[in-house]
Design a protein around this ligand. Structure first.
Ligand code: HEC
Ligand code: HEC
Ligand code: HEC
Ligand code: HEC
Ligand code: HEC
Ligand code: HEC
Length: 421
């Protein structure tokens, strides 16, 4: 029943909703930069040029090998930016104070010249740099990675702004309906109470909901007990299935090596360090020599003086000819056989499918359960990548009569001896 207070509550909620609603509307409109074109075609064309020539060193909103580029036309004129992109060394040689300072800040790293880019290319490039891949501020605050995934509307479906508006309108309509229903009930109650009713009916009309009576009723007690029992049983069964499963295991490592920094921010390919992953059973953990390819030069982060204590540990290992004692994270029991090359090179499965978002991890954690059920489930569901693989041609012909796709289970992926010695 609607008392006065609940009506006030509803109209309060309604005004908060209205405020939220207009804030959402407001946030989807951002100020336009008058300087460079912001049409979708220009941005798309610019992105192609960017990916082909600049991506290996630059990101839009984050420092990489070179500076974050967005806002360059605020920091400098368009003419300056164009000249710098065409031939940065010429601008630096001309004694331009900003350019020389920047060059020094980036440890005299030479940005290649791009004389071959046309004026049109450069205009598109600047459109992409200023307007491309805008990051949703809420997602950016939550630490979501910027870049290709954030391209507006790229995924198809209803864009986020519209979804928010539609939801807002729906909530608004629902609240209106509630208010109207409440008013109707009030009017009707008032009306009936004024009628000359038998005592019994009068009691019924003006009765209040008695919550404590409902809570003590048998039905509620039975339902609550059943829920509690089901919950305890489920936890117990899950717990038993979890014995020996190391999902989430993330031991501390002897050196604070970060995949988020190396594989994420600097985008070093997994295979550069895990050299065995496409050719053999084991992925391999890199030896200190591979680290030294870069760390002979890189002795500290962010251009700090001296040698970082963590990097010093690599030098100690090399000087003393001692291997770095990394703690193993993933480990199948000896009775099981797993081969990386078969899955990565032949099966074409991404590392992340099994290992999770390694490129975001400061410390590696085991992402999957690594149980037999996990292997089998995937073998039941995954189709085999047969295209361009002559080894499978005969099989594909034989399988053509079946209406189901060729799955790993069809080539013996459920046979005990395939996975057990
Ligand atoms: C090999 C790496 C590399 C590539 C490729 C590269 N840059 Fe750069 N860029 C740099 C570095 C390093 C700097 C810092 C200045 C310096 O060291 O010369 C820089 C500076 C800049 C600046 C000045 C930024 C500022 O904040 O003032 C702009 C603009 C720029 N680059 C645009 C581009 C564009 C556009 C492309 C592609 C057409 C590109 N760069 C390709 C490395 C690169
Ligand atoms: C610069 C070298 C380097 C790169 C690049 C690199 N890793 Fe690693 N990786 C290591 C080192 C060193 C370890 C061992 C220390 C640790 O666990 O952090 C390791 C450990 C791992 C482990 C855990 C191994 C275990 O003990 O079970 C996985 C899984 C892994 N890397 C996957 C990846 C993936 C996927 C990528 C690409 C997205 C990648 N790595 C890129 C050097 C690298
Ligand atoms: C392809 C080049 C490359 C390789 C190979 C490489 N690193 Fe790095 N490493 C970097 C870069 C770049 C940085 C960050 C420097 C910066 O931010 O100024 C870095 C930073 C680090 C840091 C951070 C130091 C600190 O004080 O925070 C550690 C630790 C490190 N690397 C360890 C390793 C280890 C261990 C290996 C070998 C398994 C390795 N790196 C292989 C390029 C590399
Ligand atoms: C189909 C799932 C799957 C895929 C795909 C996969 N891994 Fe693994 N990885 C595993 C399993 C399972 C283990 C544990 C193997 C063991 O203990 O014998 C493992 C172990 C590792 C290890 C520890 C060292 C070793 O070889 O045992 C590294 C490093 C590693 N993976 C890196 C990678 C990288 C890099 C990729 C992508 C190029 C990748 N993995 C793709 C399932 C996978
Ligand atoms: C993400 C999916 C996925 C997971 C998880 C997975 N596999 Fe596979 N596995 C595949 C695919 C795909 C192939 C087929 C590759 C090919 O084309 O030969 C395959 C093939 C195999 C084969 C060869 C089968 C044959 O008949 O030739 C073995 C053995 C195997 N996997 C073992 C394992 C083991 C052991 C695990 C668990 C530790 C595992 N796999 C987990 C996808 C997976
Ligand atoms: C796709 C690969 C795969 C296939 C096929 C497979 N297994 Fe397994 N099996 C595994 C893996 C991986 C483990 C280890 C799981 C773990 O450590 O939790 C395992 C574990 C087991 C264990 C438990 C051993 C222990 O110590 O707990 C038994 C028993 C077993 N498998 C029997 C079989 C039998 C019987 C078949 C054939 C019907 C079979 N497996 C087929 C991958 C496979």
């Amino acid at each position: 029943m609607f008392s006065k207070r609940s009506l006030v509550g509803i109209s309060l909620n309604f005004s908060t909703l209205a405020v939220l609603f207009f804030m959402l509307l407001g946030s989807s409109v951002y100020a336009a930069d008058p300087a460079v074109a912001s049409s979708d075609e220009a941005i798309a064309a610019g992105k192609t040029v960017f990916n082909a020539n600049c991506k290996q060193c630059h990101k839009l909103d984050q420092k990489n090998v070179g500076p974050a580029l967005r806002g360059i036309t605020d920091r400098q004129s368009i003419a300056w930016a164009t000249k710098f992109i065409r031939n940065s060394q010429a601008v630096i040689a001309s004694g331009d104070a900003y350019a020389t300072a920047l060059y020094k800040e980036y440890n005299n790293t030479v940005m290649p010249s791009h004389e071959f880019l046309s004026d049109g290319d450069l205009n598109n490039l600047l459109s992409y740099i200023e307007h491309g891949d805008k990051v949703d501020p809420a997602a950016a605050a939550a630490g979501a990675p910027a870049g290709d995934q954030a391209a507006p509307g790229a995924g198809g479906g209803i864009p986020n702004e519209y979804l928010a508006i539609i939801l807002g309108v729906l909530v608004f309509v629902l609240v209106l309906i509630l208010i109207v229903l409440g008013l109707i009930i009030r009017v009707l109650t008032n009306y009936i109470q004024k009628q000359d009713l038998p005592e019994e009916d009068k009691e019924f009309v003006s009765q209040k909901t008695n919550f404590s009576k409902i809570l003590k009723s048998d039905a509620v007690i039975i339902i609550v007990t059943a829920l509690v029992v089901a919950f305890v049983a489920k936890s117990a069964i899950d717990g038993l299935y979890g014995v020996g499963v190391q999902q989430g295991y993330a031991p501390a490592q002897p050196i604070a090596f970060s995949h988020a920094l190396h594989a994420g921010q600097y985008e070093i390919a997994c295979q550069y360090c895990h050299t065995g992953v496409e050719i053999g059973k084991s992925a391999n953990i890199p030896s200190a020599n591979i680290c030294m390819n870069c760390h002979t030069h890189i002795q500290n982060v962010g251009g700090k003086e001296g040698v970082s204590p963590e990097i010093q540990k690599i030098y100690n290992a090399v000087d003393n000819n001692q291997p770095i004692e990394w703690v193993r994270v993933h480990n199948l029991p000896d009775l099981a056989y797993f081969n990386h090359a078969q899955h990565v090179a032949v099966g074409g499965i991404e590392c992340q499918t099994c290992h999770g978002p390694i490129q975001e991890m400061e410390v590696v954690a085991q992402h999957s359960t690594l149980t037999m059920g996990w292997c089998i489930d995937c073998h039941r569901q995954t189709e085999i990548a047969t295209e361009g693989n002559a080894y499978y041609d005969k099989l594909v012909q034989l399988h053509a009569s079946s209406k189901d796709a060729l799955k790993v289970k069809d080539i013996g992926g459920l046979e005990c001896a395939k996975c057990h010695y």
